[in-house]
Ligand binder design. Structure first.
Ligand SMILES: [Zn+2]
Length: 458
């Protein structure tokens, strides 16, 4: 191992087990031996420890411990505390907690430690471990099994992250936002849920159950007028309620249609044009039907990628051809198809190189020689021309949602569908925070976890 970014610490002989169990509290002493218990064919490690110290004050009346006003008063019953697994084997700590008696108020109290919360039998190390597992695409059941706790404990720990991911301040919003929708849980009233994120940091801000104008208007009314006025641009898909919402609630925001969405739209129409043409040739003899059927990918590919590169044998042509040969042949079949193909490719090119003038021209140009589908798509674009042009003026897009969307799909699959919108929303927010930190790479995984830990302790 190289020594770059490596810290080494020698552990003293007596502190071996304590270090292994990652117990940082100096007031806890652990016995050097441990037991192995086999219960229902499952092996457990059991460690024994004692918690004792000289208290500074009485925890009941608060008077300072001067001259033995607070004395030791035996031990409480053993508390059994869940530890992290050791070599894959579940482990427990049987902790004897010192009991104290205050001579001033005559009351008794028990020693406390940072290792485990009061009245709790799960160590904080286990809770942190659950938290970091929650940020992964694992089901509650898997996390429970990995950490040797119940599913309810996992859900309770998830709720502890709530304060970390919930919006606490409705007086600020980022300057650039992305709006999108997601298919969510079964109990979601409207099937689709609304999700919005900071366009620059890619952090999910919140998820709303439903995406109708009424629901979203209500939701964004929570934010102060100043917060909403602060938003400069919002990236959306072509969806009229969003446009209405933005004009209503975000007075200074420009509407930016997601450029990937535009490309997707024209691509889909181009593909439909191909299918229509293909069906014309279906009943005729010849190679046209097969060629159109097999080369759908070629049509949707970037034209600049389709070159006279490698020759290969094609069974329809019964000769050596290049991909470009096939493309040229297909475009030669029909002049409407060819014109549609070229317009779609030009639009894609203009968007990719953010050429506003060219993009504008392509939208405004007559669509008379194009297929019905493609011309319809372009006519729709003409209607909201300014919003479309914003897609090349601004650099924001909904592309970053792709990654988190994939994680959500995996999460839904591993948990066999979430039933509660509320649980799933919380889970996604937790996952997204960690996903974003990996994505951006400037906050370490550990950094975010540390943050979560602090919130958990607070
Ligand atoms: Zn007291």
């Amino acid at each position: 191992m190289n020594n770059f970014n490596t810290k080494t610490k020698e552990i003293k002989e007596g502190e071996f087990i304590k270090n292994l169990l990652q117990i940082k509290d100096k007031n806890i002493t652990i016995e050097e031996t441990h037991r192995e218990i086999i219960k229902n064919n499952q092996k457990y490690f059991v460690f024994k420890g004692t918690l004792t110290y000289k208290p500074k004050k009485c925890e009941c009346c608060g008077c300072l411990n001067k001259g033995y006003t607070v004395v030791k008063n035996g031990f409480n019953e053993l508390t059994r505390i869940n530890l992290l697994k050791i070599s894959g084997i579940p482990a427990y700590l049987e902790l004897r907690k010192q009991r104290f008696k205050c001579k001033t108020c005559n009351k008794k109290f028990v020693a406390t430690t940072s290792f485990v919360d009061k009245y709790c039998s799960i160590s904080k190390n286990v809770k942190f471990s659950i938290m970091s597992d929650l940020a992964d695409t694992l089901s509650f059941k898997q996390i429970a099994k990995m950490n040797n706790v119940s599913v309810n404990t996992v859900i309770r720990t998830l709720y502890k992250c709530k304060s970390h991911v919930d919006i606490l301040n409705y007086n600020t919003l980022p300057e650039y936002l992305c709006f999108d929708e997601l298919k969510f849980t079964k109990d979601s009233k409207n099937g689709m849920s609304f999700i919005f994120l900071d366009a620059l940091t890619h952090e999910i801000i919140d998820i709303v159950d439903g995406r109708t104008e009424y629901i979203l208007n209500n939701y964004f009314s929570r934010f102060s007028k100043e917060a909403r006025s602060n938003v400069k641009a919002i990236c959306i898909d072509i969806y009229t309620p969003y446009m209405k919402l933005i004009r209503n609630k975000f007075p200074n925001a420009e509407i930016v249609i997601d450029r990937f969405h535009i490309i997707q739209n024209v691509n889909r129409e181009l593909n439909r044009t191909r299918v229509k043409l293909m069906n014309i040739y279906k009943k005729q003899k010849g190679i046209n039907y097969t060629l159109l059927k097999n080369n759908w990918k070629l049509i949707l590919e970037d034209e600049s990628n389709v070159t006279h590169g490698r020759f290969f044998f094609n069974r329809s042509f019964r000769s050596l051809v290049t991909r470009r040969d096939i493309l040229d042949y297909l475009l030669g079949l029909d002049c409407i198809f060819k014109a549609s193909y070229e317009r779609v490719q030009d639009i894609r090119y203009a968007i990719r190189y953010r050429n506003e003038l060219e993009f504008k021209e392509l939208i405004e140009k007559s669509t008379i020689d194009l297929s019905d589908g493609v011309s319809k798509a372009i006519n729709t674009m003409r209607k909201d021309k300014e919003y479309m042009l914003n897609s090349v003026r601004y650099s924001i897009s909904n592309g970053s949602l792709e990654g988190i969307n994939n994680k959500i799909k995996v999460l839904k699959r591993v948990s066999y569908g979430y039933n509660s919108f509320y649980n799933f929303r919380l889970r996604i927010l937790v996952v997204s925070r960690l996903f974003v930190s990996e994505y951006k790479n400037n906050i370490s995984f550990k950094g975010v976890l540390k943050n979560a830990k602090q919130h958990c302790i607070a």
